[in-house]
Design a protein around this ligand. Sequence first.
Ligand code: SAM
Length: 288
Amino acid sequence: MSVPDQKSAPKLALESGLYIVATPIGNLADISRRACDILAAADIVAVEDSRVTGKLLSYLGLKKRMLRHDDFAAKSASEEILAAAREGVVALVSDAGTPLISDPGYRLVRAAREAGIAVYGVPGPSAAITALSISGLPTDRFLFAGFLPAKDKARRDALAQLTGIDATLVFYESGPRLGKTLGAAAETLGEREAAVARELTKKFEEVVTGSLAELAARYASEVPKGEIVLIIGPPDDNRIVASDGELDNALADALESLPPAGAAKKVAKRFGVDRKALYARALEMKGG
Ligand code: SAM
């Protein structure tokens, strides 16, 4: 794509304020016309990493004053950004996609609003929405859950909290962790459809779909390269929703032929509920 020479473009007359500008998630041609105009007009560009944003700005033919910013930035840095946004145009960008979506900016936007500074959205790419829109999984109701915790127990606990949510779940993930996350999700969330969306808008873009168990088996030994969004479909509508009493009965039946771990696994799969909680209950029932 040829990019118009922004240096010679007339500066737009923009209202002063803080502009939250989405940038590409891989393919630089995804920058919007309006994002280009606002970056060209900005007095300051608040960035996560000046090397990353520097590349985008030079692709656009722009030279801008960049100020590093994250949610833990020194108060003085945030104050400088807010003071500039009161008088002129400040664009906040992140390394990729929409700022504030698993990226810094939340505190700055809150502070700007509290200070009566105008905040404008300049929408554009986001990996979560891009993945969701091509996953083939239900899009009518979804919950964006960002990154899961890195530690096994915390990750399982976080997944267990999402068990009953009747919506498609969207996570950001990394290649090295994908296998473990899928394994934990298969055990915790039961049988569901899922999609692994990788390297979106880039040369090696791919979407791999299957059940959680199938994907967990595939990625147990394969560590995919690049950036990943994991989409997990909602619980099956036809799944049997069981009361505690029904779960106890099913566990008691299963315990007649299986040890507690096996019984918990069988019942968890059938009802799509958390296997760990069932295992604890199975041990209690065995003991009592
Ligand atoms: N603010 C960004 C957005 O709106 O998508 C997300 C920033 S978050 C720090 C980065 C994560 O987003 C990556 O670890 C990956 O999970 C996901 N991601 C970003 N770009 C991606 C791409 N091109 N393909 C797949 N996932 C991507």
